[in-house]
Write a protein that binds this ligand. Structure first.
Ligand SMILES: [Zn+2]
Length: 283
């Protein structure tokens, strides 16, 4: 298993690589654009060229993925916003191809009171449109969510349904599994037994072959709380034994794991968390 972190694009995509190197990442994730505010910082051809050269020079960092911005809601009932979000997805799928990322991670979205069945159909429609327009070869990774408010994608059944209904694009749809979100949604991960049960359920409902990426985050909140609060590895309710089981699990060994744990002060917390994860690997 390779370990990496979500690194900032505040200093551009080249700044992201140096941050990943400083942090001791073996893989990394960047946002496709400013995650919270609208608008997009253009990436120049020169930057893209240099980005690829820098990646090649650091043999660890060839594995990276993009993450869609948080505001993107493919289930939005507002027609104008919905069309805009689809256009963002199309651009970001293309950006993945240009930069050489195999994966774009996507939060499933909020149904805003319209109900889960309605919301899922809306998301499927949006995904189909985006793939038709972009003709992208990128894998769109649906991320399992905690289930806050009207957020969808917190039950494995909901993710499976999106994959099934998106018939045209299903070969380009897969899953990014977030440990904090899964735990908050009620899937236990606290030890080997619990992890085995959760993975079995995942396999029965979605299929493990769809699992392409891990987000490794501990959870500040309890099992089934449906509240999404990330915590440092081993310091939350999943705990160190849960992560020991995760990083050594034979069915997950081939995957990359990205941490999205909290940042504060001048300490490089990502570096610390990655060190903890590496120490858990059984030789
Ligand atoms: Zn995410």
């Amino acid at each position: 298993m390779r370990f990496g972190a979500n690194v900032s694009i505040a200093r551009g995509i080249l700044g992201a690589i140096s941050q990943a190197e400083k942090t001791g990442c073996q893989c990394f994730q960047i946002f496709s654009r400013n995650p919270r505010g609208r608008g997009e910082r253009k990436i120049s051809k020169e930057e893209i060229k240099q980005f690829k050269i820098n990646l090649k020079n650091d043999h660890f960092l060839v594995h990276f993925n993009l993450h869609s911005p948080y505001y993107l809601n493919l289930a939005s009932p507002d027609e104008k916003k919905w069309q805009y979000f689809i256009s963002v997805l199309v651009k970001d799928l293309k950006k993945c191809e240009v930069l050489g990322s195999k994966f774009l991670v996507l939060h499933v979205g909020h149904h805003m009171g319209k109900g889960i069945d309605w919301g899922i159909k809306r998301v499927v429609q949006a995904i189909k449109k985006a793939f038709q327009k972009s003709k992208s070869k990128t894998f769109l990774l649906l991320e399992n969510m905690a289930g806050q408010g009207t957020e969808m994608g917190f039950r494995f059944q909901q993710l499976a349904k999106i994959i099934q209904l998106s018939a045209i694009s299903h070969k380009r749809l897969a899953i990014c599994f977030d440990t904090c979100h899964a735990f908050a949604a009620g899937y236990d991960l606290r030890d080997k037994k619990a992890l085995d049960r959760t993975l079995k359920e995942f396999d029965n409902i979605i299929g493990l072959k769809y699992l392409k990426l891990l987000h490794g985050n501990d959870s500040k909140k309890d099992l089934g709380s449906r509240i999404d609060r990330h915590e440092h590895i081993g310091h939350g309710k999943i705990g160190i034994e849960g992560f020991r089981a995760l990083v050594n699990h034979p069915k997950l060994k081939h995957l990359d794991l990205i941490i999205e744990t909290p940042h504060f002060g001048k300490v490089n917390w990502d570096r610390k968390n990655l060190k903890i994860l590496r120490s858990l690997i059984r030789q």
